[in-house]
Design a protein around this ligand. Sequence first.
Ligand SMILES: Nc1ncnc2c1ncn2[C@@H]1O[C@H](COP(=O)(O)OP(=O)(O)OP(=O)(O)O)[C@@H](O)[C@H]1O
Length: 478
Amino acid sequence: MAASGENQSSDRSLAHALTAKTPFLGLKLYLVIAICCTFLIAAVSLLICLCLRCSNRISKRRGMRVKNSSGLVPLVCKEIIKINDSDRHQEDIKVSEFEKESKAIGNAKLGKEIGIEIEAKKGSSGGSQSERSSSSDGLNIGWGRWYSLNELEMATRGFAVENVIGEGGYGIVYKGVLQDGSVVAVKNLLNNKGQAEKEFKVEVEAIGKVKHKHLVGLLGYCAEGAKRLLIYEYVDNGNLEQWLHGDVGPVSPLTWDIRIQIAVGTAKGLAYLHEGLEPKVVHRDVKSSNILLDRKWNPKVSDFGLAKLLGAEKSYVTTRVMGTFGYVSPEYASTGMLNEGSDVYSFGVLLMEIITGRNPVDYSRPPGEMNLVDWFKGMVASRRGEEVVDPLIRLQPSPRALKRALLVCLRCIDLDANKRPKMGQIVHMLEADEFPFRVEPRTTKETAPLHSHSAVTNKVPRPTKDVEGDDVQRSKRR
Ligand SMILES: Nc1ncnc2c1ncn2[C@@H]1O[C@H](COP(=O)(O)OP(=O)(O)OP(=O)(O)O)[C@@H](O)[C@H]1O
């Protein structure tokens, strides 16, 4: 009884204490306790949430490391190192532009590869410094790889003067030997902010994926700090300009057949850029110093720095006029309107240069001969076509072969860009024995003299399907 009385009195005093007012805002004790408990629960929940997010991030990072260690995607690119959280929003914008670009490029494989690169860019911003520096060496980037500056310095013996192969408008080109013994050409782009970097981006993104036996392959690039370098396959026999205009002695090693082989290979490389890619690529700087040669005189078109991607739906793009004096088509020079017809014109000038051994513009010649195109047209118009052949060619071409080559030149430089043949047609024209002769009346046409451009194109049948297309094959078989 006494015990139960004690219990009752302690319950009463507890209830009294709980309902008693506290100094905290005059609230009753049980209310204060309830508020404290709520705060505590909220704080604990918040803490648990934070821990969960943290562990999620760690496991994501681990997952990425595993993926990267398989070599599927590069962990980071040096360019990405500079990205910090404050740049994050900016970077997201860049990535979406990048995505747009990859869509514009249109090539499914290319888009996929760029997609991988975007993933790598997005994921890399959280990587540690040690991860970044260790992963920058020799990473596969789908079409090529990133090279470290250190690796290139070793390859070129510290960019030694003795390793310089040449110098172009955008930088110095060095010969380099990589650690695995492979020889490369390293183009060290001038640190000229606007242009060089722009060229760099165009080349890297657009040309890296382009592989063709008559195009100089881009193997990869290096971007460290302000340095921008492009690494190309090394082509070991100089460029066409050196062989045409250099001191080769009284007889050129470039025979007529070799010259035509060079012209055909070049045309094939350009045809691939214009017709084999979607969207097409216009080279914009077709000229003899951009035709590299191997020991068997196989040509490789180089220097895609000026390349501009054309959207499939566009027939031309308007852009700032670039290219090299003497090779630029009149409509491109005057309006800046560029399409593959401009490359065809430049190819026509290049073919004239190959045939004649003359520079497109040569101020050391008499006034009437300074401009190759004008002189050439004049010579053909006055039926002196045989006289335009390079005097350093010992064995003259047959009249038939010469006529074919001269006619291709004239077709390429047609002032009406729409009338110029496509590069693919040019390949056929240069290779087809029948061109520009019909199969039957060959004997009579063969002896016909060459006339001026317009006269020739009127008299001789234009290379329609009969000459350029399937029918060529048929007539050959016949
Ligand atoms: N992949 C390569 N392999 C071997 N030599 C090369 C290679 N790329 C360039 N060269 C050499 O380096 C020289 C400079 O090349 P680059 O493309 O920079 O300039 P360019 O074509 O002479 O002039 P521009 O910049 O006006 O087009 C070329 O003349 C060429 O002989």
